[in-house]
Design a protein around this ligand. Structure first.
Ligand SMILES: [Mn+2]
Length: 244
């Protein structure tokens, strides 16, 4: 195998253009593309489509799939009505990403989920979310940092013996944090392998090593915390069948 192809699920937005009507775009942060390249893979941006057959053809080009950050998951997908604290949602995009998860499960493609990506995969596996951290009913730390995306804001404790702690080679790490929601119930086959001391889940993984999910943004930390590059190298190694 050459460099494994990592499909990156795109987000969508309308952006203002000076002197003209809004432009509809589909995009992923360049940080994800660079991190995949640094990890040894080839990034392939996957535009949102509501047509399942077209989507399946795109997913079939991939050796692994990256579920990046983005807007909130529509709570209909975990059986809840919208809470007043809910942020922006896009159910068409959610369905496309959920189809990518189903494809990855059916075809045993390794995946890495980041922030929204972690939350969406959790929901796709039957788990649920707190629509806002205040709904946990207990105090939470600051999880929406105001500093730049590469700032290491809070400490995350990793479960000894987990794949995640083996990949990062540590039992605790400082990470950035840019989320206002978090996992409530873990989805089927997922176990919590990291948390902050306020009890917020910060990572989930599957027993078989196919799924790795982190609540922070490792792609933004390649300079300030170079160990985070290991998460992308690990994804590529899993695509090559070289799992730890
Ligand atoms: Mn956090």
């Amino acid at each position: 195998m050459g460099r494994p192809i990592i499909g990156i699920l795109s987000s969508r937005s309308d952006i203002p253009l000076p002197g003209g009507p809004n432009l509809s775009i589909e995009y992923a942060s360049v940080a994800y593309c660079r991190a995949v390249v640094r990890g040894g893979g080839t990034p392939l941006l996957l535009p949102v489509t509501p047509e399942p057959e077209l989507a399946e053809q795109m997913f079939a080009q991939c050796d692994g799939i990256l579920f990046p950050g983005g807007v909130d998951v529509d709570p209909r997908f975990y059986g809840e009505a919208p809470d007043p604290m809910l942020g922006t949602v896009d159910s068409t995009m959610d369905r496309f990403w959920l189809q990518a998860l189903d494809f990855a499960l059916d075809h045993k493609l390794p995946l890495l989920g980041i922030c929204r990506g972690m939350q969406l995969v959790n929901v796709g596996l039957g788990g649920s979310l707190y629509q806002d951290l205040v709904r946990r009913g207990v105090p939470s730390y600051l999880h929406s940092q105001k500093q730049s995306r590469d700032y290491l804001m809070h400490q995350v404790k990793l479960t000894p013996g987990s794949r995640l702690s083996a990949v990062l080679g540590e039992e605790s790490v400082y990470t950035n944090t840019m989320h206002h929601q978090c996992v409530k119930e873990p989805g089927k086959g997922l176990k919590r392998v990291a948390q902050t001391d306020d009890g917020v889940p910060e990572a989930l993984e599957s027993e078989d090593g196919q799924i790795m999910l982190v609540q922070w943004h490792p792609e933004a930390l390649l300079e300030t915390e170079p160990r985070m590059c290991r998460l992308f190298e690990d994804l590529i190694e899993r695509c090559r069948g070289e799992q730890q």
